[in-house]
Design a protein around this ligand. Sequence first.
Ligand SMILES: *Cc1c(COP(=O)(O)O)cnc(C)c1O
Length: 367
Amino acid sequence: MSSPLPFVDLKAQYARLRPSIDARIRKVLDHGQYLMGPEIVELEASLAAFGGARHCIAVASGTEALRFPLMAEEIGPGDAVFLPGFTFPATAEVVVSVGATPIFVDVHESSYNIDPAALEAELAQVKRDGRLRSRAIIAVDLFGLPADYAALEAIARRDNLLVIADAAQSFGATVGNRAVGTLAPITATSFFPAKPLGAYGDGGAILTDDERLTAIIRSIRNHGAGEDRYDIVRLGTNGRLDTLQAAVLLSKLEVFADELKARERWAAAYDRHFADKVGRPPRREDAKSAWAQYCIRVPNREPLRERLSRQGIPTAIYYPKPLHQQPAYERFGRGPGSLPVSERICRDIMALPMHRSEEHTSELQSR
Ligand SMILES: *Cc1c(COP(=O)(O)O)cnc(C)c1O
């Protein structure tokens, strides 16, 4: 291969969308409403329609999209929030940042998502300990594949827990004929540039059918304002998405269905080349992933990574360590060995570039 591939090719995508993105950006510069401009209203309506939810609130990042529902439900000190140990740090940091306690749950080998049976065991343990009130589950749709919300919903209903979908990697995925946005009562997504639907900076959104919650989150993203701008009725923050990012996202949303189809094609191409060779990513018969990442399992991955790198093929490790083994979160976990599946996956997982895969699978095949 002649020139090295980028891991995510945002420049090529911009070259295709340039006329539309440039025109929308110019419009924002002309009207000058850099915050809460008309593009925000338009984007929220479009995202709600795409995700099948009644309401959408655009916010400053995927992290804030996870944090605001916890704030709105007044989850805090003395409360336990359950989440997978194998995820991006934001899923846990929002829990700690509101003063609640994260309880790390192991994931399932067949999905890399939170394991409902392991969740049951952790819920029982918290109940036995009697120190914390179990309040919420944050399920993560890792690499774009939705978690098992049917199983989680049954547990949540029994124990009166809130279910939040961390759909930072899965916006655009479906289960049966239901879109991500309808699988949980609250869905949080991210527009970090490298996500399947990425902005040109930070951004995120919350999707829900809950009108009361929507009103509270709109207030939180604007410093806790009430009816009047300087009527401050709750603790809030500066959590708005800016209008320029909404303009970029509106352009990208127009071609997002095609982007998802292309990702499915690239994933299928990898699958064909890897048949019987490496640990292919989990799939669900009833679901379509958003394919944020295509990750394979390779015992002793470093020699292969080095060879690919020499051939100009970048790889990435999502994630090298489960959260209960990260220095910042160790104190919430039960130490090495407590989440065996998460720990095993972290040792041999490896992500491949999600574009033009047809061109470099042949090099991977010769490994
Ligand atoms: C990217 C990501 C987030 C955070 O999104 P930001 O927009 O970067 O704040 C949260 N959870 C998961 C699983 C992610 O991949």
